[in-house]
Design a protein around this ligand. Structure first.
Ligand SMILES: O=c1ccn([C@@H]2O[C@H](COP(=O)(O)OP(=O)(O)O[C@H]3O[C@H](CO)[C@@H](O)[C@H](O)[C@H]3O)[C@@H](O)[C@H]2O)c(=O)[nH]1
Length: 454
């Protein structure tokens, strides 16, 4: 008889589907049967992005989907609306999915006996309880953010935020001396739109109450980069960095087709020469900022690789400056980011500092230029620039724009800074020590496997 059957449930966003898929692949590699549940909307995108690629994911992980409760035309980048829809539609669909799978087993199949849920989908605890199956959580962002969310009741009690999650007065919060303080304006549920922010806060508050009651709470991080945060939430166990772990190095869950031509292009660039620019899956920058960034890249006179997502992203909406054409760079709509970051031609990473990008950059020893937009990205920037000292931030002008001269100046400063490069290299070694046998993280993962099999 094979090992047991686990269902993995990510929150429906790229920055969640990726690490949960890496976790799922880790289980599948050990012989567990794994069913991975995307929303219908994302499932279609993942399958479309896999067409024509030799991606082994589908053969080792069973990819299935349930509805997310949004209409076909609804804007899934409206995080508040998406969270509201998820809570209405997904618990029932998840319950039915598990019941159906467990009812229609073929000879030799194992029933689903455990849900590994994204902590942002911790409402799944009610489903697990109802069906009498076990539950474990994976938190795909930093332990520091988890500790902030765990402290929501205290932040309300002490008058930092109101009970809808909005800051009451302008101030900095220091949860512990060992993690960076943060500006209350940059709380991790910060979004541009206040209705969405309110809905996200309500959603996170509710799901976190469930998450903290779960026996297994794991995190895509490692102890050495945030010891202070882990001491604030002792039940949270580091199992990161969660990186693509199949032989082909595929991420296995991409929403857009990777353009691998950039790897051949990188092969032709000198060592540590290329500026890599990518802002994850959600960020949109406006036309003025877009132009300044394009001109800033040109001003550096260095080769660059820039990810401009299709659809609602910069590429379709914005005009590139005329003189930009024929420049010394390459633009792709989606890159195989983990492979790009491990390429010797990369000199630095201009990043929005989503947690996956942060962990991937750190694990590859790449220095950062930090360009945070919302959510946890400001906190991650504090880690990168102030705690780990592996990157620099940008200064905005009085109209809130990062100008081309500032961009060029920071590229020069970063690339000329030997200390930052050395620190980035040290951090890479520490990250790598946490991959595979021997590290604390593999012990945590092994203990989790024992629990799964008990
Ligand atoms: O061209 C690209 C660009 C990105 N990626 C991958 O896409 C993921 C992006 O994740 P992340 O860097 O975390 O950014 P977001 O997609 O913006 O993630 C959301 O979710 C994260 C986890 O909760 C948060 O930390 C972020 O702030 C939030 O925006 C990473 O695994 C990247 O490797 C690619 O493969 N190719």
């Amino acid at each position: 008889m094979g090992r047991s059957h686990v269902l993995v449930l990510p929150y429906p966003a790229q920055g969640h589907v990726n690490p949960l898929m890496h976790f799922a692949q880790g289980l599948a590699n050990l012989g567990f049967k794994v069913t991975f549940v995307n929303t219908h909307f994302n499932h279609k995108r993942v399958l479309a992005a896999m067409v024509g690629r030799n991606d082994p994911t589908g053969s080792c992980v069973n990819l299935v989907s349930i509805p997310d409760g949004m209409g076909l035309e609804d804007d899934r980048n409206d995080i508040g609306k998406l969270c509201e829809a998820i809570l209405i539609a997904m618990p029932k669909s998840l319950e039915e999915l598990i019941q159906n799978i467990n009812k229609t087993l073929e000879f030799g199949d194992q029933p689903i006996t455990c849900i590994v849920s994204d902590a942002c989908m911790a409402w799944s605890r009610e489903v697990a309880n109802k069906l009498g199956i076990r539950l474990a959580m994976v938190w795909p962002a930093s332990a520091a953010i988890y500790s902030i969310l765990a402290n929501i009741p205290n932040l309300i009690r002490d008058g930092y935020i109101d009970d809808e999650g909005f800051s009451i007065k302008k101030q900095r919060i220091q949860l512990s001396l060992s993690i960076p303080s943060f500006d209350i304006e940059n709380i991790p549920w910060r979004l541009g739109d206040s209705n969405s922010q309110k809905a996200l806060f309500k959603y996170l508050k509710r799901t976190f109450e469930h998450s903290q009651l779960t026996e297994w709470q794991m995190c895509n991080s490692f102890y050495e980069i945030e010891p202070g945060a882990f001491s604030l939430v002792p039940k949270l166990l580091p199992v990161g960095p969660l990186l693509a772990n199949n032989d082909a190095g595929h991420s296995g869950a991409q929403f857009w087709q990777e353009d691998s031509s950039c790897l051949t292009w990188l092969d032709q660039q000198p060592s540590q020469s290329v500026i890599y620019v990518a802002f994850g899956s959600l960020t949109i920058i406006d036309q003025i900022q877009f132009q300044e960034l394009a001109l800033g890249l040109q001003l550096t006179n260095k080769p660059f690789l820039w990810v401009l997502r299709p659809g609602n992203n910069q590429e379709s909406n914005h005009v590139r400056p005329n003189e930009f054409h024929g420049s010394h760079g390459k633009i792709v709509s989606w890159a195989p980011q983990q492979k790009v970051l491990s390429h010797p031609a990369i000199a630095c990473f201009v990043s929005h500092c989503g947690w996956n990008s942060t962990i991937e950059g750190v694990s590859n020893g790449v220095p950062f230029l930090c360009w945070p937009h919302f959510l946890d990205q400001f906190h991650n920037t504090n880690y990168i620039c102030d705690s780990w000292k592996v990157g620099l931030g940008f200064d905005k002008d009085e109209s809130g724009i990062i100008r081309k001269e500032e961009f060029n100046k920071k590229v020069e400063l970063l690339l000329g800074d030997k200390n930052i490069r050395e620190k980035a290299f040290e951090l890479k070694q520490i990250a790598r020590n946490n991959i595979g046998e021997g590290g604390q993280n593999s012990t945590n993962f092994s203990n989790f496997i024992k629990w799964l099999e008990a």
